[in-house]
Design a protein around this ligand. Structure first.
Ligand code: FAD
Length: 492
């Protein structure tokens, strides 16, 4: 059993572990007299990372159980836009896009200020296309269109043909069911059980069902942690970045609460990069019933303006630059502006959210820029001048004020109706988490492998560095989910 000193040591490493979990060492690491459920591989969390791990472990011949604290599968993956980055000559070449795995690696490392683990980034990018093909082999369909998603920095973002993120979940869940994967729903993981407290092989986990009863699950071959990030835990994220305490989140508030990452830390896992937290356009602080707007998704089609109708940043910048630019505005929000062609280029779901957003005051539509500006309470002359200036930048393929790149200066804003979408910053993705190696094995405070413990997806750290490239998370969860599941099944 873990003693109090050991627990406090790991709680210090986790920052606010004890407070956020409300847990005691005895709760976390007690071996049960009897196991309630036995399986080969236990996967904690049923988002994209968890389901990819479950399918790949089952394909490798293991008996697999997925534990999910909610009553439905999918996590945040279910609601994501589904952009998946990888170099893909078959789709990119016909569109005249030059790309390579090496360029993807270089851009990912640079965008994260070289704080990501280069070995993990290499796996991420090298396994991008093979994993996309693996997803296709089990029924996933992708469009031939390639976008540059918001913060993606290069046109290599693939779009799921059906239902954005929910499309991945539907395919993976069906494959899991076909392979006999079992699901323990409404069951929340509480702690990791090792042979000797914070040392020795991981034997299984302790969880609670929705009546609060303890359940002990024995995983003979391994436990895969795939419980997502902590964007929806204000205390925890503000402990790492105090600016984020009162912001809204784009995540499902029930999912991204971080307790599994903290439980891993309490069991001896190392955490890294936990103060690297990303924001994305979303609802203003305190606003609960609005409709989040996403007309920023196709970068070459939009401009960002403030309440004075002025551009304030290069719209194709890194997400941390965009976050800071918006948070530095006096109002702490801006507007995304597209014309009719830009609106039509956006994914259907983003268009629908904009149409519904008119009712809730989250989006605005005007046949002319003047009408749009009046609805947004912006000086019409200022907005018109900004759009005229931007259109000149497109003509000249140069953006002298902000430095938007020529590849993103391809479409003028000319055709009504024009749309404006309200855009504050909301907490979106946590780049830090449990440290893993290239086999998705969790490492302890001495960087040694914790036998029997694997992790994948947003619960991990070290893959994105200080700033995640847009479209690299859906890639990350499937690449490392697939690796974690296969290795847990084989006991690698
Ligand atoms: C609105 C939105 C749009 C996005 N769009 C994109 C995009 O287009 N491209 C991209 O690359 N990234 C995108 N992202 C980011 C990306 O979707 C996430 O990083 C990714 O889906 C996380 O997957 P995951 O499997 O790690 O976690 P999740 O999908 O969040 O799944 C974690 C699961 O674990 C469960 N869980 C948590 N704690 C416990 C516990 N104690 N016990 C049992 N179960 C637990 C949760 O309930 C959840 O079901 C987007 C995110 C959002 C919110």
């Amino acid at each position: 059993m873990t003693n109090r000193r050991q627990f406090l040591k790991s709680a210090v490493a986790a920052g606010v572990a004890g407070a956020a979990m409300g847990a005691h060492a005895a709760d976390i690491c007690k071996k049960p007299a009897k196991w309630d459920v036995q399986t080969d591989v236990l996967v904690v969390g049923s988002g994209g990372a968890g389901l990819a791990a479950a399918v790949s472990a089952a394909q490798a011949g293991a008996k697999v159980t997925v534990m999910e604290k909610l009553s439905f599968v999918g996590g945040n993956t279910m609601l994501c836009s589904g952009y998946y980055n990888c170099a893909d000559p078959k789709r990119q070449k016909p569109l005249g896009i030059k790309d390579s795995v090496e360029l993807h690696i270089k851009q990912t490392l640079a965008a994260g200020d070289n704080r990501a683990d280069p070995a993990l980034v290499r796996i991420l990018c090298e396994q991008g296309l093979p994993t996309l093909e693996w997803l296709e082999s089990i029924g996933m369909k992708f469009d031939d269109r390639i976008d540059q998603a918001y913060g993606a920095l290069h046109p290599r973002s693939h779009l799921a043909s059906k239902a954005k993120g929910a499309g991945y979940i539907e395919v993976l869940k069906k494959k899991g069911d076909d392979l006999g994967v079992k699901f323990l729903m409404d069951t929340k993981m509480k702690g990791i059980i090792r042979e000797n407290g914070q040392s020795g092989r991981v034997l299984g986990v302790e969880a609670t069902d929705n009546a609060g009863k303890s359940i002990f699950v024995r995983a003979k071959k391994g436990v895969v942690l795939a419980a997502g990030g902590y964007s929806a835990n204000p205390k925890l994220r503000a402990a790492y970045d105090p600016r984020l305490l009162t912001l809204n989140t784009t995540n499902n508030p029930a999912c991204s609460t971080g307790e599994v990452m903290l439980a891993a830390n309490a069991a001896g896992a190392m955490l890294i990069g936990t103060d690297y937290i990303q924001c994305n356009p979303g609802l203003a602080p305190g606003r609960k019933n609005g409709i989040r707007q996403s007309l920023h998704l196709v970068v070459e089609r939009y401009i960002y303006v403030d309440q004075r109708g002025q551009r304030f940043v290069a719209e194709d910048e890194r997400r941390d630059v965009l976050r800071d630019a918006v948070l530095n505005l006096p109002e702490k929000y801006g507007y995304v502006i597209v014309d009719a062609d830009g609106f039509a280029a956006n994914p259907k779901a983003a268009q629908n959210d904009a149409i519904r957003g008119i009712e809730t005051g989250d989006s605005f539509k005007g046949e002319t820029l003047v009408e749009l500006a009046k609805k947004m309470k912006i000086d019409p002359k200022a907005l018109q001048a900004t759009v005229d200036e931007f259109n000149k930048c497109v003509d000249n393929k140069k953006d002298p004020k902000f430095g938007r790149k020529p590849a993103m200066l391809t479409h003028k804003l000319l055709k009504g109706p024009f749309w404006g979408a309200y855009s504050a910053m909301a907490v979106h993705h946590t780049m830090g988490g449990v440290r893993i190696d290239t086999k998705a094995r969790v490492l302890d405070l001495n960087a040694e492998v914790i036998p029997g413990l694997y992790a994948a997806g947003e619960v991990t750290g070290g893959i994105h560095g200080s700033n995640r490239v847009g479209g690299n998370a859906v890639l990350d969860i499937h690449v490392f989910g697939r690796i974690a599941g296969a290795n847990a099944a084989k006991g690698v």
